[in-house]
Design a binder for this molecule. Sequence first.
Ligand SMILES: C[S@@+](CC[C@H](N)C(=O)[O-])C[C@H]1O[C@@H](n2cnc3c(N)ncnc32)[C@H](O)[C@@H]1O
Length: 288
Amino acid sequence: MVSLPIANTEVPKSYFDKHPFPGLSLGHITTIHEYIFMLEKNLLYRAIKSLVKSGDRLLDTGCGTGEFTTYLAIHSGAEVVGLDCSEETLEWARGVKRRIYDKPELSFCHGDVFKVKPSDHGMFDIILAMGLFTSIPDEHIALRNLVKVLKPGGMVVFGFFDPVARVVMRVERMLLHTLYSDFAKREPICRKFLLKHLSNTNELIWHINQLTEEFLKYHSPRVAISMMEECGLTITDCYPRLKAFGEVIPEKLKVDGAYKVPAVQLFGQLNWLRSGTDGYYVLIARKE
Ligand SMILES: C[S@@+](CC[C@H](N)C(=O)[O-])C[C@H]1O[C@@H](n2cnc3c(N)ncnc32)[C@H](O)[C@@H]1O
């Protein structure tokens, strides 16, 4: 077990215990069909679903309130485990499971990505960390731990926030956190002033989280890719595509390595900014 400063788990845990982060609000939805219909609007979710095969073991780390974890279990015939360090958040996730898909192949468990045991090594075919490395101080250690838990030939799906495409939100966050060091005061300010133009509940919940979360980290694609490659991962896809010009669409990353050229990356990041993406991107990679 790795010994680390307490802040690694305690800071995000104390925030998410008070403010579980629902990927989306289920509203009136109760049936699997309605649920799938809602989630399938998201191209990224559909792309990730296509990676999962029947019989796989999938681990969703920092699963949050479990909406996406549940979606993957419904489709795949895989054994799907959602792991999170916040009990309050997991209570919510178990509620989603009871309401939508109460089957034994889907489970949620309390755990800490910094406390991986040797007996966990090589146990999973697919590992997701969507919104985990953005919320923890020492993401290098967490990432290395997750790669240990992955089988050789297994796939990872890791989400990051781009510092360039997120520049506007970073300024808003900086002002909010400078003015209100107590996070309990940030939410009402967001609702009353900064986000009062948002009428969609899911959009509002998401933006409140992004602005109030105690700790948020950004990784340019270059940094995220090299962090993953150092752990023996080979990048296969990026969503949305890191593309210098034109429409930003989810598409395969160029496999010729052009994305490693700093100028190509910067144009790609500026294109994300120009296209109004929220700066969230996902890298998919294989363990060799
Ligand atoms: C921003 S939320 C992401 C939720 C979900 N994956 C999504 O994309 O909607 C980050 C989650 O990571 C969890 N987390 C933070 N540190 C963790 C750790 N050390 N081990 C396990 N989970 C952790 C938090 O409790 C929180 O639920």
